[in-house]
Design a protein around this ligand. Structure first.
Ligand code: GLU
Length: 313
């Protein structure tokens, strides 16, 4: 069994990310599973080169470790998405041959004005299907003017979330057809993640609950690849005291800054374990390894997690 850390180097890793990584670590190590570290650096104009090494340094500082990753290699590398482009292109070719994707020239504005509201929070409008009549016998629009879009299934997909229980959705209605590339031909997050998780043999994904809708996109890619999907645990996002998702306006929660200012990593580990309900209010831990034997998904709280970033100092 294999768990994973999958940071996006779009900026510094913060307290909310730390909590998710710690839960991923405890879940995997409590069963004796291996862990893969993968850098998710496609599909964002915001990727910063400095953030790649910093993410690794932050996780090591927290006391986390892994068996495969960009720093040590492994049998399923490379462990950085921008170095895995050929794998994505191969799947895109197979998707075209199967007529499972079509070129879409619509702009975001076209979709927003014609699309219908999605069934999930924080999701874009459902694609109205404007370009979906294309078949792989038809000519392509000129390059650079289209993305490839995946034909979502009419069938109900379901999974049992380790934290949230049974989830189901009919992707074509709930989410609509979704891009697997950008207009420049680069793979989308949805495609890259599903291919990586399948090629790296990941069996459990722990991530923020803002990605539940994406799971229904990725399950369809797993089905196409004929690969058993991993199990999922979608954990609550960390909120500021105003109930909104923790962000810069709440104060500086960058792990790199805490590290520089001498905040002990144990303080973050202890906060994460307590906020998850894995240790009692009167207990103190200062290394992730101390929590491994205490972990079980059935103990982890579903409640929103509120953090005041000033608490760390
Ligand atoms: N790379 C994403 C992030 O850092 C996580 C995606 C995932 O876990 O599938 O938010």
């Amino acid at each position: 069994m294999v768990g994973r850390f999958a940071p996006s180097p779009t900026g510094a890793q913060h307290l909310g990310n730390a909590r998710t990584y710690l839960l991923a670590y405890w879940a995997a190590r409590s069963r004796g599973d291996r862990l893969v570290f993968r850098i998710e650096d496609v599909d964002s104009p915001r990727v910063k080169t400095w953030a790649v090494q910093q993410a690794m340094d932050d996780l090591r500082w927290l006391g986390l470790d892994w068996e495969e990753g960009p720093d040590m290699g492994g049998p399923n590398g490379p462990y950085q998405q921008t170095l895995r482009m050929q794998s994505y292109r191969d799947v895109i070719d197979r998707l075209i041959q199967a007529n499972r994707i079509y070129p879409c020239t619509c702009t975001r504005k076209d979709i927003a004005s014609a699309g219908s509201a999605p069934h999930f929070d924080h999701e874009p409008a459902v694609y109205p299907g404007t370009c979906s009549r294309w078949s792989n016998q038809d000519p392509l629009p000129s390059s650079g003017t289209f993305c490839w879009r995946f034909r979502s299934s009419k069938r109900v997909f379901s999974f049992v979330d380790a934290l949230l229980g049974y989830q189901e959705a009919r992707p074509c209605e709930a989410l609509g057809d979704f891009p697997v590339t950008q207009k420049n031909g680069e793979p989308s997050y949805q495609l890259a993640v599903a291919i990586d998780d399948s090629m790296m043999g990941v069996t459990e994904v722990v991530r923020g609950n803002d990605l539940i809708a994406s799971t229904f996109r990725q399950l369809q890619i797993f089905e196409f690849l004929n690969v058993t999907p991993p199990t999922y645990a979608h954990v609550p996002l960390v909120l500021g005291s105003d109930g909104r998702r923790l962000a810069k306006r709440h104060g500086d929660t960058r792990l790199s800054m805490m590290r520089e200012k001498g905040v002990p990593a144990g303080k973050i580990v202890d906060w994460a374990a307590k906020s998850a309900g894995l240790i009692g209010e009167n207990e103190v831990v200062d290394h992730p390894s101390e929590v491994v034997s205490r972990f079980h998904w059935s103990k982890v709280t579903h409640d929103d997690v509120v953090a005041d970033p000033h608490w760390a100092f």
